[in-house]
Design a protein around this ligand. Sequence first.
Ligand code: PMP
Length: 398
Amino acid sequence: MFERVDYYAGDPILGLVDKFVADSNPNKVNLGIGIYYDEDSKLPVLECVKTAEQRIADPISPRPYLPMAGLPGHRLACQNLLFGQDAAVLQEKRVATIATLGGSGALKVGAEFIHEWFPASKCYVSDPTWSNHIAIFEGSDVEVGTYPYYDTATSSIKFDEMLAFIAKLNKHDVVLLHPCCHNPTGMDLTHAQWDELLDIMKQHELIAFMDIAYQGFGQDMDHDAYAIRKAVALGLPVFVSNSFSKNLSLYGERVGGLSVVCPTAEEAERVFGQLNYAVRRIYTSPPSHGGRVVDIVMNDEALHQQWVGEVYGMRDRIKAMRLKLKSVLEANVPVRNFDYITKQNGMFSFTGLTPKQIERLQTEFGVYIVSNSRMCMAGLNVNNVDYVANAMAEVLKD
Ligand code: PMP
């Protein structure tokens, strides 16, 4: 009966985790999946989250269904973080926000909305991008194309090519952008480049879909949201999918949000209704635990401050690992330029290693990176960074 069901080869990034677990090399290092590990290679539980968990646990409370859009405090938390507290667009009630199952859930509901209400729109993603972007939009029957973004040969952004390409898109096409900490390259546009790009998108009446999964890991909370706020200021239609997986270290709770910025409050209300309806058709309502943690941490002044400090601590540890990795590589492979390592932001570094070098890293050294050469810097620590740098240097000498 199910013989004709296609075989699923598995996700390339998640599959790498299984391979890593099975590897018996005592020195193995997992730099594949985008997860932040602390100095002791442990997944951290943030202090602000511990406090929130204690408040939730005592007294243990009933668990009703949440509204389709999630908890109001979760939705407010997304809005304040993305658009800035007291932003005019929030006071004017022009943003429709729902809580979602992680950033992935936000992308899915957003893709369903685009398919339903902008059926002629194509969605353009950066080349390269997080591969699930393509899968999610195609899964909602939205046609996906790519725009030029990264030049591996020079480790830089092909900005002029990108602009020229985007200027040729059709009205209401969707351009999926990473406001900060681009996945997988770690290379972000400068503020001046964002200004130029968003101006062109405004002229051509394009839709900005901003996917922000690493807010706080780039420069700071506000700097990382620059592109979103600029697009709003220009009056572009903006979708924002945000994830709390990394910056609250709540991967398994599946917490995120989808916000749609509309020209008027009346339109925002209609859009909000349709987002609710989309949720109803897919999973009815989000789970409550993670949403309650988000609500407590983000809306309590003291816990919020603590959270910001904890995110910056993670950001700074990654930056220190970048410096260390770069210095060991420079000492060992002086003919190559490793400036890209410290120019890139967030969790990832696009190393430009060849498939053969990536294979050698894995089989000879137990160092796992993604097949497109993406390395997760957040898996490095003082105990393994030298080992990884030396392994990289070894395969680069080939
Ligand atoms: N967007 C990007 C760019 C990501 O890197 C990720 C996570 N890898 C997501 C969205 C999805 O986030 P979540 O895990 O919260 O679904």
